[in-house]
Design a protein around this ligand. Structure first.
Ligand SMILES: [Zn+2]
Length: 113
């Protein structure tokens, strides 16, 4: 029976239940599937963190006397962000989509873009 390999898409002859033309294709397919699954897990973690960061920054945008411990306590991650912007004084704003955070002399500034 003529079949099409699930990995390389070449035709091959084999048993009805055979899906791959060679062991190489079977292994390569499973390795690729596993890699893609790991990648999508990482993407999901990053997206979840960005969404959580944004929610925290939005909620605290008008709050005063903030410190990083408070934000971390809420689940904020300073190292995960979508992009950076620098203000005229050289302060670095790290954005979670449309909300940015800047730390100046241990003081936290949050702004909406
Ligand atoms: Zn193949």
């Amino acid at each position: 029976m003529e079949k099409i390999c699930k990995y390389c898409k070449r035709t091959f002859k084999g048993r009805v239940d055979k899906v791959f033309c060679t062991n190489h294709c079977r292994t390569a397919y499973h390795n690729e599937t596993k890699r893609n699954l790991q990648k999508s897990k990482v993407y999901k973690l990053l997206i979840d963190q960005i969404q959580n960061n944004r929610k925290i920054l939005k909620a605290l945008a008008n709050a005063s006397n903030l410190n990083m411990d408070m934000l971390v306590e809420l689940g904020f991650s300073y190292d995960i962000y979508t992009h950076k912007e620098f203000n005229k004084k050289g302060g670095e704003f790290r954005y979670s989509v449309d909300y940015g955070i800047c730390i100046v002399n241990n003081k936290i500034i949050i702004r909406e873009s």
